[in-house]
Design a protein around this ligand. Structure first.
Ligand code: PMT
Length: 397
């Protein structure tokens, strides 16, 4: 199913995190999903139905007994329409009512009546989150098959700190949009993060890659049924569930890890920012300060992507191109020069590409190109994965 066909029912309950649901609605619509919103009475104290109507292009509902809305799309039709339900934010009170199976407003009624998967994104004061009643309600809901995303830990609107912040809209959108079977049973290897090229035991040459884009891709492939191997340079990111992670430091180590398993792969995606050069000599001892100028001689590193693309019977290959100027020209040169099947090019530098939460891609392959506009890396990764599946499918038939 493409995002364009996804029908997501967004439930909003009454907490300050309701303002983040506006961004969630925007991200889902931007990714092509069709979104309908239901607000509880308490939610309307924080955000208005009009906000969601403007963002989604669909009227937002608030009450079960509403003759006008029931005449247009009755609540049972709404239940049948949705293929996913997300409640964000989900308050402690909403979780309690859902766990008890109550149907005392439109949103709980819909959650009980739907056959679609229900996900909740809790948001509340950290003491409420840790209260045994909430823990018990959540355990009950999970037992019933309700999926929970978050909450995150950190500073809260109430001025306290702890677990209870609603997960970021980008993370929720990525989770909702990322499930399918586009790569079911396929082996996919993704490289991510920077490499570190040692100068001595305490210093190295590296770059600003955070690993976010590569990790988001690994997660997106996994969401589409792939067995994912993630070969990553040093980053401070948690491993997404269900993914096999191999940690490396240098470009040479990354190459070795890639080639140990490349024979099993159907697809290779090189998202790592691999250092092109390494110091000719890595000193076994810390280099001492001596003259005013220290000259370094650097040697070319292996080009992992080009080597994978040159394999006989190798996997389908997708490379990235990080460019500060002439994006298309350089990307096309890399497509040809490295002999890959597809190149995803991003502008980098000055707050773009590296480190940041969002990215935008210009994707090129022999017979086409497509722009994937600036958005959260999680959502962007889902879009790229769908595009790769589409192009691979066309090429293979
Ligand atoms: O990690 P983030 O902070 O989220 O940032 C994401 C990103 C900007 C790092 C990512 O989107 C990206 O652009 N990754 C590729 C960065 C890069 O090294 O680009 P390049 O144009 O120098 O290399 C082109 C391609 O060759 C890349 O697929 C790279 O993995 C590969 N390569 C490069 C050199 C080398 N020795 N071996 C390689 O395999």
């Amino acid at each position: 199913m493409t995002n364009r066909q996804k029908k997501i029912l967004l439930g909003v309950t009454g907490g300050i995190a309701a303002y983040k649901s506006c961004e969630l609605a925007r991200l889902l619509v931007q990714a092509g999903a069709s979104v309908r919103t239901v607000l509880t009475e308490a939610a309307t104290r924080f955000v208005t139905p009009m906000t969601f109507q403007a963002l989604t292009g669909n009227p937002a509902r608030t009450r079960l007994f509403d003759e006008d809305h029931e005449a247009a799309m009755g609540h049972i039709e709404l239940v049948r329409w949705a293929d996913q339900v997300i409640v964000a934010p989900a308050t402690a009170d909403f979780l309690a009512r859902l766990a008890q199976g109550r149907a005392n407003d439109l949103l709980t009624t819909l959650c009980l009546a739907t056959g679609a998967p229900v996900t909740v994104a809790p948001a509340m004061n950290h003491r409420m989150w840790q209260h045994p009643a909430t823990r018990r309600n959540l355990a009950l809901l999970e037992e019933m098959g309700v999926r929970c995303i978050g909450p995150d830990e950190g500073d809260q609107a109430c001025g306290e700190s702890g677990p209870g912040r609603m997960s970021e809209p980008g993370e929720i959108a990525a989770l909702l949009l990322g499930e399918g079977e586009l790569f079911k049973g396929r082996n996919v290897m993704v490289t991510a993060g920077p490499t570190r090229e040692a100068l001595d035991p305490v210093r190295y040459l590296s770059n600003r890659s955070s690993g976010r884009m590569g990790f988001a891709l690994a997660e997106a492939f996994h969401g589409q049924g792939a067995r994912v191997t993630l070969v990553t340079g040093p980053v401070s990111l948690a491993t997404p569930p269900g993914i096999e992670r191999i940690d490396v430091e240098s470009a040479q180590e990354m190459r070795d890890a890639v080639f140990e398993r490349i024979g099993e792969q159907d697809l290779f995606v090189g998202c790592a920012a691999v250092a092109d050069y390494r110091p000719e000599d890595s000193s076994p001892h810390k280099i001492k300060k001596s003259s005013d100028i220290l000259k370094l001689r650097l040697l070319r590193n292996p080009d992992i992507l080009a080597e994978v693309a040159a394999l006989d019977d190798g996997p389908w290959t997708v490379g990235f191109a990080a460019e500060t100027t002439d994006l298309e020209r350089h990307a096309r040169q890399k497509l040809e020069g490295k002999g890959v099947d597809m190149i995803a090019a991003n502008r980098v530098g000055r707050g773009l590409g590296f480190e940041v939460e969002e990215n935008a891609l210009e994707v090129f392959w022999k017979t086409g190109q497509q722009t994937l506009p600036q958005q959260d890396k999680g959502v962007l990764a889902r879009e790229l994965v769908a595009l790769i599946a589409e192009v691979m499918g066309k090429v293979n038939h």
